[in-house]
Design a protein around this ligand. Sequence first.
Ligand code: CMP
Length: 150
Amino acid sequence: MAQRTLIIIKPDGVQRGLVGEILGRFERRGLKLVGLKLMSVDRSLAEVHYAVHKERPFFADLITFITAAPVVCAVIEGPEAIAVVRNLVGATRFTEAAPGSIRGDFALDLTMNLIHASDAPETAEQEVSLFFAPDEIVDYAREGDRWVTG
Ligand code: CMP
């Protein structure tokens, strides 16, 4: 089933010049970018995005980190995109992230783990609409997709 999911390349990914490397992995897999932007996350947006972690001891550090420098947000579309993207991203903890995953190849810190990806259909829908207005998402066909998804 075709799904859409949100990814956020966190400030460490942008500062380390890994935006192209990370987006390229999604493109090479065959996934389609349908929304893309560089932006700063302000405190109120960060608090809504991370509301589920509000009571956790690391919440304040998380907000400070995500608001510290620009991020790159993308909406990614493809068959089972939520699970496929989570697998490409790798486990939250760098010690558990498989080699070949984004975190397994580039991350050595729990907070600076390079990228966020939605974890379920409900959160994907909420997160896409939190970061993208409807007219910022572009519906288009790619000629080569019949050789990827049939
Ligand atoms: P992410 O899954 O993108 O969103 C929540 C983030 O909290 C997570 O990535 C980690 O970067 C960060 N974090 C910091 N400390 C912890 C912790 N102890 N457990 C889980 N996540 C943590």
